[in-house]
Design a protein around this ligand. Structure first.
Ligand code: APR
Length: 216
């Protein structure tokens, strides 16, 4: 099946113009702005088809594959991905490690290990999830990668509520782009797959990445 280039990922600025995204009726999050609307994209589909610099996998601490997006990435990449992962010695929750992409159309895979959502400790779960996004962005910048597509980490098997996860993803990415460290990143794509995450991002994105006053 054909891959999708980053030019096919519509930025938030265009999604507003086309009415795909609407301004939020809720008060914007402190620090929300339109400054990054040209660099943030939202795409529903199979992350293994994206020919971006890096895709971010929702892995487990073994880094040896599994179900969900992890399974899809390993299947599409081929056996060499697991062979490289076997040399990495696993990865702790909240962190991430980078590998080659092999038969995938992207250049690199960043394997982030999200938290299993803990209803008794939502703050702890949030800290781990924030760290996954922040660490993945830092690894992308350190490896001179400019376009990065995130799967919705922890929102499947690991049970993270989609709205909360989308808020954490958007907040962490926005703050990273506000910092000097984010200057070299060109495009960050939030990739959704199931309806619940599509709905969550359509509600949450406008609270963080607000329409420009000139509508852009
Ligand atoms: N492309 C993009 N997103 C996908 C794809 C795909 N091909 N397949 C699934 N997803 C989405 C799911 O809909 C969910 O929103 O990825 C998100 C993460 O869900 P999971 O893959 O279940 O990952 P997670 O919840 O982080 O649980 C990780 O599951 O697969 C195992 O090895 C993995 O043990 C780890 C655990």
């Amino acid at each position: 099946m054909a891959s999708h280039s980053v030019s096919e990922m519509l930025p938030v600025s265009l999604l507003y113009k086309q009415g795909e995204l609407r301004p939020s009726r809720l008060p914007p999050i402190p620090g929300a702005s339109s400054a990054h609307n040209h660099r943030i994209s939202l795409h529903r589909g199979d992350i293994t088809k994206l020919s971006v610099d890096a895709i971010v996998n929702a892995a487990n601490s073994s880094l040896l594959g599994g179900g969900g997006v992890d399974g899809a990435i390993h299947r599409a990449a081929g056996p060499e991905l697991r062979q490289e992962c076997q040399t990495l010695g696993g990865c702790r929750t909240g962190s991430a490690k980078i590998t080659g992409a092999y038969q995938l159309p992207c250049k690199k895979v960043i394997h982030a290990v999200g938290p299993i959502y803990n209803q008794q400790d939502p703050a702890g779960s949030e800290a781990y999830l924030r760290s996954c996004y922040d660490t993945s962005l830092r690894i992308a910048v350190e490896n001179n990668l400019e376009t990065i597509a995130f799967s919705a980490i922890s929102t499947g098997v690991y049970g993270y509520p989609s709205m909360d996860a989308a808020h954490i993803a958007c907040d962490t990415v926005r703050k990273f782009l506000d910092s000097d460290a984010g200057a070299t990143l060109q495009t960050i794509v939030f990739v959704t797959f199931e309806r619940k995450d599509v709905d969550a991002y359509r509600i949450i994105i406008p609270r963080h990445f607000t329409p420009a006053t000139d509508g852009a």
